[in-house]
Each structure stands twice: as structure tokens, then as C-alpha cells.
Design a protein around this ligand. Sequence first.
Ligand code: RP5
Length: 170
Amino acid sequence: MSSTSHATATAPVIGIVMGSDSDWPVMEAAAQALDEFEIPYEVDVVSAHRMPREMIAYGEEAAGRGLKAIIAGAGGAAHLPGMLASVTPLPVIGVPVPLKYLDGMDSLLSIVQMPAGVPVATVSVAGARNAGLLAVRMLAAHDPDLLARMNEFLQELNDQATEKGKRLRA
Ligand code: RP5
């Protein structure tokens, strides 16, 4: 896991954090999605259980540092996204990381079942790409150029699906 040029060239607006570097092979897809839209981001390990004080500080300081949303991935007893959401006013997108046992159901349920008042936008198990794309959409709501690029992206998806249908029918 390493910071990308987007992370260093410009002040990050999205934070990608995870409970362990072992989550990176899943979480990398969020970074790739942000790269595609040239969104500056930062990447770090912020473990809810192994470094709780740093985790709370990360959440409390995120908005003041200019972040607009946090993508948080964790596996097993995946408390990181929910705990961050409890100490930041920013949107938090949770990514359930599947581990060796339970097929990620433990991670999914740990992240998705938040109490009313403390939302976490949970994507599918290992759905880090969609977490990245959802973060882009959040930014695009206030950025007409980014909104136009997201529309182009959707048109490309449409064209690709249409082409697949054409090939099947041929
Ligand atoms: C969780 O424990 C992490 O998010 C990771 O998914 C899992 C295992 O971590 P390691 O033992 O690989 O560091 O907190």
C-alpha cells in the first residue's frame, strides 16, 4: 500500500482508511476509481481496535483537514467505519472486507447495522470500487465538471452493456 501521485500532488479530499494493510488488496479498487476521476486522496491504516486513540483523532480531524468524505474498510469485527462516523460530520462509506472465514458476512453485518443517527453508507462485500465511485458522486453533486464526467462514465457503461448484447445477438 502506498500513496499515489494524486495523494501527494494536491491536498486530499477523500480519506481511504482500513483496519490493516491486509485489507489493501480489496481497498485498492477504491483508490483506482478515484484515480480515474483524478480525485486527490490519502491512504492510511487506522485500526479501531489496535490504535483506537489515533482512530478517534483521525475522525475528529478529518473535516478540518479538508476531507469531504471517508472510505473505511475493515474485516471481521469491522467497527472502523461506524466508529469514524460517530466522531465526524463527514459522510462515511463502509467497505466490508471478507476474511478467511464467514465469507465477509461478519464484516458486512458489523458495518451495515448502524444505530439511527449515525449513518454509514455500506457497499457490498469487497465493493471498494463502488465506494470510490460513490465518493466521486458525492463530490460531483457540488462540481458541474465532475458531474459531467460521471455522466460520461455512465454512458460508457451503457455503451459497453449494449455492445455485449449486440455480440450475443449476432
Ligand atoms: C481487521 O482485522 C482488519 O480490518 C483486517 O480486515 C482484519 C485482520 O487484520 P490483520 O490481522 O491482517 O492485520 O481489523
